[in-house]
Structures are given as C-alpha cells and as structure tokens.
Design a binder for this molecule. Structure first.
Ligand code: FMN
Length: 189
C-alpha cells in the first residue's frame, strides 16, 4: 500500500490531555502497521485560528490550512473528551467548517475519554452519527478511556491498549480493502 496520511484530531481543551494521549496512541498503532505520515491537530492550539471565523469564508489562512489538512488526510483519528454527554463544542466547530462532501468514504477511527465509564456510548451516539452524516466509514471498534485507564494524562493498563490495537488493526484492514476496491475500479474502468 502507498504511504498514507494519518491525522489525529484531539478535541481536548486541557493540557495535558487524556484525549490527546488516546489519539496519539491510536495514530502510533496505525503507523506501526502501515507506512504512514502522521500529524496531530489539537483543538487547544487550533482554536484561535478556527474561531477567527464562524463560517469557512470568514477563516484566515491558518484556519483554512487546518481544515484542508482534515479534508486531505487518508485516515482521521478523532478523539474528544465527553463534555455534557457529547463531544466538545470546539471539536464540533471544526467539523462544521469541513465541506460536507469532503469526508465521503474516508476512514475515521473514533476515541473518547470521560470522567466515568458511563458515558462510553458517546462513541456510538454522538461521534459515529457525526461521521455518518459525512458519509465517512467509521472503524467498528472505538476506544473509550475512563479514569482507571490513566495515571494523570498517561495511558496505563492492558485493556485499553488491547482495544487500541484492535481498533488500529480494523482501521488498516478497512484502508486495505478500500485501496483494493480503488485498484479494481481503475482496472475495470
Ligand atoms: C465542562 C466539562 C464537562 C464534562 N462532562 C462530562 C460528562 O458529561 N461525562 C463524563 O463522563 N465526563 C465529563 N467530563 C469529564 C471529562 O470528560 C474527562 O475528565 C476527560 O477525560 C477530560 O479529557 P482531557 O484530559 O482530554 O481534557 C466533563 C469535564 C468538563 C470540564
């Protein structure tokens, strides 16, 4: 497979961020399995550029460059802390700026962290439908981290690491099959 661009996006608004730790671990696990150029957008750093405008046309050059990185990546790894039972508003603002046609068929790997295990379904009830809207292909296994999975903002514990590994494996399988489909389409015409 050709070298892929894998972009992590962390909707965490604190530093250090548990969510960024999950996103980084997922990006690393994918890059372990497939040749990849990796990157990370942290909302904490991107917010001044993204909130310079409430619509795409009102963004400056730095905000536009961030949105274009999102639209051009082969694989997005999107993580959010649970805020009020959903993704952070800042993360949603980023995706409100993305062209509604730009993520069709793109593979998206989902992660979240919360203050308790009880909001783990944020992956299924909030994040997955957002990417369903875009027509993206979400990886079946998402990764949710609750406080027991961390010491400070550092990931610990084998069960979340197993889940990260499984999610990365599934993401790479999906990417392989979509590249194989593209090759068949090119041959068949
Ligand atoms: C404003 C706010 C709202 C939150 N709402 C929830 C919530 O609804 N459910 C939950 O499980 N945790 C909630 N939390 C806890 C965070 O999701 C949790 O601490 C998360 O791991 C923080 O991630 P971060 O280190 O990336 O910022 C909330 C925290 C804040 C500051």
């Amino acid at each position: 497979m050709a070298r892929l661009s894998v972009l992590g996006i962390s909707g965490g608004v604190s530093t250090p961020s548990r969510t960024t730790a999950v996103v980084n671990a997922l990006v690393k696990a994918v890059a372990f399995r497939v040749p990849a150029d990796t990157g990370l957008i942290e909302i904490t750093e991107a917010a001044p550029s993204l909130f310079a405008g409430l619509s795409r046309s009102a963004l400056g050059a730095s905000g536009e460059a961030i949105i274009q990185r999102v639209e051009k990546a082969d694989l997005l790894v999107v993580g959010t802390p649970v805020y009020r039972a959903s993704y952070t508003g800042a993360l949603k603002h980023l995706f409100d700026l993305v062209d509604y046609r730009a993520l069709g068929g793109k593979t998206v790997l989902l992660g979240a962290t919360g203050g308790s295990p009880y909001h783990g379904l944020v992956l299924e009830h909030q994040l997955r439908p957002l990417f369903g809207f875009f027509g993206a292909v979400t990886v079946p296994t998402g990764v949710y981290g609750s406080p027991d999975d961390f010491v400070g903002a550092e990931l610990v514990g084998p069960s979340i690491r197993d889940r990260i590994s499984r999610a990365a494996f599934e993401a790479v399988s999906l990417l392989n099959s979509s590249h194989a489909d593209a090759a068949v389409s090119a041959r068949v015409g």
